[in-house]
Design a protein around this ligand. Structure first.
Ligand code: SF4
Length: 246
């Protein structure tokens, strides 16, 4: 097992046992107990959802949090809901996923060159984690950013993920343009190792020289049903990521 795979396996074991956020622990477990009628015969995961994908990936995709009846049910990021259908279809079109569907944890799906995670690992009520919950979960994302040493491009799905990633990079001493770049679909930020005064930044992985951050609208139903995010717009994100990878 590679050092990255080792680090990610240790992280996964910690994540799935985490109970730091009492409100989210209560919610994820209640949803798992009460279930949606259409899934009443299924056993819900009902725990924190670990990252998923290629440990040697050059692309890191960061979402908001698991959906109550999606990843909180299946135990895999973006799996078992409409947002995931959109995401994996697009990744498959871009050659980054082996299949366009993502129904359950052991469905054979593999990612080529990509790794998917979220800023918060437990399903939050109304898809809205509190700032305290975001901060409690932040060390897990930081450790992924450090462990995934081949990452060249980070795609933030939505403004929450965008702000979360930028906050982590800034706090790690990574140079960022001033003022802090605002979230927009297809916004790009170069990630340069070292602060404005030339001091070297801590860590490696996605915080190193030559990486990029791209913003994308989140493939939530709110965006895809209204046409705010179309398949063409989403495809352009992965095309751009492939270009930046070089
Ligand atoms: Fe732990 Fe993150 Fe879940 Fe909070 S959101 S309980 S920190 S895994």
């Amino acid at each position: 097992m590679s050092p990255t795979s080792n680090a990610l396996a240790r992280l996964e074991a910690e994540v799935v046992a985490c109970r730091r956020c009492p409100r989210l622990v209560a919610w994820r477990e209640e949803v798992a107990r009460t279930k949606r009628a259409s899934f009443r015969d299924e056993e819900y995961w009902g725990r924190p959802v670990p990252g998923f994908g290629d440990p040697a990936g050059w692309l890191l995709i960061v979402g908001l949090a698991p959906a109550a009846h999606g990843a909180n049910r299946t135990g895999r990021m973006f799996t078992g809901d409409r947002s995931g259908d959109w995401l994996y279809r697009a990744l498959h079109r871009a050659g980054l996923a082996t299949q366009p569907d993502s129904a359950y944890r052991d469905d054979g799906l593999r990612l080529n060159g990509a790794y998917i995670t979220a800023g918060v690992r437990c399903a939050p009520p109304g898809n809205r984690p509190t700032p305290a919950e975001r901060d409690a979960c932040r060390p897990y994302l930081e450790r992924e950013l450090e462990a995934l040493r081949a990452v060249r491009v980070v795609v933030a799905l939505g403004g929450f993920a965008w702000a979360n990633v930028l906050r982590i990079l800034r706090d790690r001493g990574v140079w960022l343009p001033r003022p802090t770049p605002r979230f927009a679909h297809m916004a790009e930020v170069p990630i340069r190792n070292g602060s404005a005064d030339g001091a070297p930044a801590e860590g490696a992985g996605a915080t190193r020289e030559g990486a990029w951050l791209i913003g994308s609208y989140h493939p939530s139903q709110q965006n895809t049903f209204t046409g705010k995010l179309t398949e063409e717009m989403f495809d352009a994100v992965w095309r751009r990521a492939l270009e930046l990878k070089g």
